[in-house]
Design a protein around this ligand. Structure first.
Ligand SMILES: [Mg+2]
Length: 366
């Protein structure tokens, strides 16, 4: 198997950075975003706040003790979602092979893009900076575990590449907490027997790994040796939204049926808009006089969310039906969703764009 090229991107101190962006007075100050109730914990804090020893998941009251002069803000989740969407649009303009891990973190599989991965990542960083004012850290490697390890390497605004010949040497000095998937209980147990670094963890046999981590031990055993076959999963969980109606009497009137589908398309477009979703598959269901249900679907080349696009696809499907026997029920549904729009940029167009950008940058250097 050819080596994959996997990128992990992670926004730097995301919630706190958005707050500093929206209110420039907060720049350079210790900003702590988190729950305001008595049990509230820190969601994210700015790098300035980290100097006081504050970190995510810490109770807010402790953060207040550590940094009384800090700026404590509530979580404005909707605002972060807005910014996140812009970031994901940029990622999807590079490739559709994007796996969202969280609101500010994603894996990209760019194996099929014939360009220097560092160059591609620099374009992502530049575009994100231009469109949101924010920085991210990225890691490039040949699997997910190493890409994630690389993105954490020199935050903020980092970029790190881990190549095959660097493994496992580069991992050896890292504390075992850096291995994604090792929980705090396992870390405690390993510390008790004097294992603190990956170098020490590498000395354990597969059997010992299973003893400490259960079934998951084999995976950790492999990961710290640079083996991790997990694919970048682009698909969101499948679900569908739809509308249908039953008529008082059977109809063969296509103009009327199209009017009904248009109304459904409008309602569904509104639902997509509300949930910030885009759909790829359109299905029209009909029930005949004989009570038989028929469905026909159309999976489009790209994700859509507009009334017009949904309506057009629905009409095309309706045209495929023989409605001469009379229709007693008609339904329209959408499925195969994504939460961000994949800019319809083919790899070819993308490469063209990369080349022209390259020429630009080369030109300015001279
Ligand atoms: Mg982050």
């Amino acid at each position: 198997m050819d080596k994959r090229v996997i990128v992990h991107v992670d926004m730097d101190a995301f919630f706190a950075s958005v707050e500093q962006m929206d209110n420039p007075k907060l720049k350079g100050k210790p900003v702590i975003v988190g729950g305001s109730g008595p049990r509230g914990v820190v969601s994210t804090c700015s790098y300035e706040a980290r100097k006081y020893g504050i970190h995510s998941a810490m109770p807010m009251y402790i953060a207040r003790q550590l940094c009384p002069e800090g700026i404590f803000l509530p979580v404005r989740y909707e605002r972060y979602v807005e910014v996140s969407k812009i970031v994901f649009q940029i990622l999807h303009s590079i490739t559709y092979r994007v796996e969202a891990v969280s609101i500010d973190e994603a894996y990209l599989d760019i194996s099929d893009i014939d360009d220097d991965p560092v160059h591609i990542v620099n374009i992502i960083k530049k575009r994100v900076k231009e469109s949101t004012g924010l920085t991210l850290s990225a890691g490039i490697s040949y699997n997910k575990f190493l890409a994630k390890t690389a993105s954490e390497w020199n935050k903020p605004n980092g970029l790190m590449v881990i190549t095959e010949d660097m493994v496992p040497e580069i991992l050896k000095p890292l504390p075992i907490s850096k291995v994604y998937g090792i929980g705090s209980k396992s870390i405690e147990r390993l510390n008790q027997i004097g294992i603190y670094t990956i170098e020490q963890l590498l000395r354990l046999t597969e059997e010992e790994m299973i003893y400490f981590f259960g079934k998951y031990g084999i995976e950790i055993y492999n990961r710290i040796r640079g083996h991790d076959d997990r694919p970048v999963c682009t698909q969101r969980e499948t679900k569908s939204i739809g509308r249908e109606t039953t008529f008082d009497s059977d109809t063969m009137d296509k103009t009327f049926l199209k009017k009904v589908l248009s109304e459904f398309a409008e309602e569904l477009a509104n639902s997509l808009m509300e949930e910030s979703l885009y759909a790829k598959t359109v299905t029209v269901k009909i029930k005949n006089q004989d009570f038989k249900t028929h469905t026909k679907s159309k999976t489009l080349k790209r994700y859509i969310n507009s009334y017009k696009e949904i309506k057009e696809a629905a009409f095309e499907i309706l045209d495929d039906y023989n409605i001469e026997q009379g229709i007693r029920l008609i339904g329209l549904s959408l499925s195969n969703f994504t939460d961000v729009r994949y800019e319809q940029l083919s790899i070819f167009e993308w490469e063209k764009q990369l080349k022209s950008q390259k020429e630009e940058t080369n030109g300015t250097k001279e």
